[in-house]
Design a protein around this ligand. Sequence first.
Ligand code: SF4
Ligand code: SF4
Length: 96
Amino acid sequence: MKPYLRDKVPTALSDIPDNTAYEAGFLVTKNAGWRNIRPVVDLEKCVGCLQCYLYCPDGVISREGNKVTLDYDFCKGCGICKKMCRFGAINMEVEK
Ligand code: SF4
Ligand code: SF4
């Protein structure tokens, strides 16, 4: 499941969970504003093995036919997907 933004944002302290983690998918803003590099998939090289999908810590990679697509609104640019792609189909490019 891809990340999604909640309709309701926390407005009071009681709206915020009192443990160390929000419930899954609890995002109140797009979180990629500080990213300085981004993964770009070379669709000619991608074989659709989904290793990048399995290892992306933010769950922002999804399948599109036999290829993958990335949600840049939530990708943090960590580069794990590039490291896990043994087909060399992902390149990290500097944000413009
Ligand atoms: S790991 Fe590489 S080849 Fe496999 S789906 Fe991801 S981009 Fe495509
Ligand atoms: S750079 Fe990190 S967060 Fe972005 S798609 Fe790759 S593994 Fe996921």
